[in-house]
Write a protein that binds this ligand. Structure first.
Ligand SMILES: O=C(O)CCC(=O)C(=O)O
Length: 246
């Protein structure tokens, strides 16, 4: 198993040159201690308040007027400028009603907390992130989507191997993921797994609308993921993992 290097920012938000080399070589950059514990906790507290205020019957209304597949697709597709809640598989019945308490049914929240919720806005546009985007050489970086991923105990589908560029395709391909550990993440609670260097092989799939429905389309050329090199990324709270879109 290859070892993924870890870095820390200095007090003035700087990183060593070796971090840039790692980013280019591996297509990922692990920065421990990037977010102070208090900022992680504040974000989780804000998320808890959003969950408390969320009325799951809003989802049932969407689901009651469409087929399940159509409703799920529309609910997802129109969430880019909203704060919506997405459930784990098999927690909604045929009418879109929850079969267990909402707080332990949510898979993720998305996709515009960075523009709509003050604590997320402060977190997402923090000067240390601006400094990092400059360090990585991003030109005119924009925050286009935010997600908070819950890892519910005892329930939940696997997040399969993917490239974020499949879902957020731009010309030229430029999407970059900033994944923050809001609590310690390890093998027992659903840490990330990564394939260092795999981004050199190009984008494999694209998410697009076919016949009114979103589908995955193979882009052809690229070879399959080399899963022999997969690495679990166990990281402490406050770690940032920057992920190349390919
Ligand atoms: O489940 C996770 O933490 C990773 C999610 C992810 O890879 C993604 O949303 O693109």
């Amino acid at each position: 198993m290859s070892r993924v290097p870890r870095f820390r920012i200095s007090e003035d938000s700087a990183l060593p040159g070796a971090a840039l080399e790692a980013w280019r070589r591996d297509g990922l950059l692990v920065i421990e201690g990037f977010v102070p514990p208090g900022d992680c906790d504040a974000l989780r507290q804000s998320a808890d308040q959003l969950v408390d205020a969320f009325d799951p019957s809003e989802v049932a209304t969407v689901f009651s007027t469409h087929s399940h597949e159509h409703a799920a697709s529309e609910y997802f597709e129109t969430s880019g400028d909203k704060v919506r809640f997405f459930f784990e598989e098999n927690v909604l019945d045929d009418r879109g009603l929850l079969t267990r308490p909402k707080a332990v049914s949510i898979n993720k929240m998305g996709h515009a907390m960075h523009d709509l919720v003050p604590a997320f806005q402060e977190f997402s546009y923090h000067p240390r992130l601006v400094a990092l985007a400059e360090f990585l050489g991003f030109d005119d970086a924009l925050v286009i989507q935010s997600m908070l991923i819950f890892k519910q105990p005892g329930i939940g589908g696997e997040v399969t191997w993917h490239q974020d560029g499949t879902f957020l395709l731009t010309e030229p391909q430029s999407v970059t993921g900033f994944w923050f550990a809001l609590e310690d993440a390890d093998l027992s609670n659903g840490c990330l797994w990564v394939l260092p260097g795999e981004h050199h092989k190009g984008l494999r799939q694209r998410f697009r609308r076919v016949g009114g429905m979103l589908q995955i389309e193979d882009l052809g050329a690229a070879e399959p993921f080399d899963l022999r090199r997969k690495v679990p990324l166990e990281v402490p709270q406050g770690t940032l993992v920057v992920l190349h879109g390919r």
